[in-house]
Design a protein around this ligand. Sequence first.
Ligand SMILES: Nc1ncnc2c1ncn2[C@@H]1O[C@H](COP(=O)(O)OP(=O)(O)OP(=O)(O)O)[C@@H](O)[C@H]1O
Length: 360
Amino acid sequence: MKVRAGMMRWWCKMSDPILEFNNVDIEYQTRGDNAVHAVNDATFTIDEHDYFGLVGESGCGKSTIADAIVGGLDDNGEISSGTIRYKGTEIQNYSESQFNKEIRWKEISVIPQSSMNSLDPVMKLSQQAVEIAKYHTDLSKAEAIDRLRELFDVVGLSESRIHDYPHQFSGGMQQRAIIAFSLFLQPSLIIADEPTTALDVIMQDQILDHINSLKEEWEISMLMITHDISVVFENCDTMAVMHGGQIAEAGNVVDLFDRPRHPYAILLQNAFPDVRYPDRELAVIEGHPPQLREKPDFCTFADRCPWSIAECYEGAPDPQSVEGDEDHQAWCIRANEMDELAADHLTKPAEGRSILEDIQ
Ligand SMILES: Nc1ncnc2c1ncn2[C@@H]1O[C@H](COP(=O)(O)OP(=O)(O)OP(=O)(O)O)[C@@H](O)[C@H]1O
């Protein structure tokens, strides 16, 4: 039985926040007067040394959140309200040069979905390390190459491959090289945006193992973005579920696993295989999220929700604290009725102890 150190820490004491999203709205301007209100009133906190999972289906706003954190929104995107605090400092109005000087690589680095987008195909990996070092550090060429060598060792790549070109690596090896680069300037927070999507299942497991092993050795925090809720349950300490540009539920993974309170989180959990119910038929969540041409003043899951009522369309939901679960919130006006409403979809943890501890 394995109980993760992070989980123990969560139960014992909350650490300081490293990243705080407070009521953040992000919109993209499109042709004519139209806008896409991609993220609305998003509020969540990532604590130091926590692995935080952000989960939701395609288009719900996950990558927009990641881009906003590192000042990488597309040119037509902007944070129209709210604050993003990194280590207590507001960064939502930072200029491009401030992000480059103070945040990117040094403080926050990104492991993207596809290594193809971040490794330069015409440069040897060692040259790429030298370039990063030249731009962001005082390291000499030899020191930069030594550093890459050490990091290749950390991620299980042979040091002898540092002078290879990216195309000489398999997809899994490229992704490991990206992880090595993400550690290059010893950041405090790594954003992993669907880091295993492009890989086969065995390679996915290996990469997630590597990402996990960084936790104890490097004391980093992680924002892990995925559409697969089971990846979050297995690898993270805390999490948020997003739907249609709104945060639906947030809290620690054990609470969300054992007592999901937002209908979308409940149905999403039923849509993935679960070791507790190997024979269960996987649920399908019917319908689609709405087009967000205006800031939604309703729950964006209401049309798809089996338990929605007229009030769900009468204002964007405020967060409800879940009874008995400190720091567990659901943005659903019926959150505290779910034990009765969704009884067929929920099970109680066996004898007060979560099975998730064994899975992790
Ligand atoms: N540059 C852009 N201009 C207009 N709309 C955009 C732009 N970038 C993203 N969007 C829209 O914003 C919404 C959120 O997109 P985003 O990529 O953040 O979602 P996601 O949850 O990360 O999806 P995926 O898992 O497919 O990457 C979507 O409706 C998307 O079409």
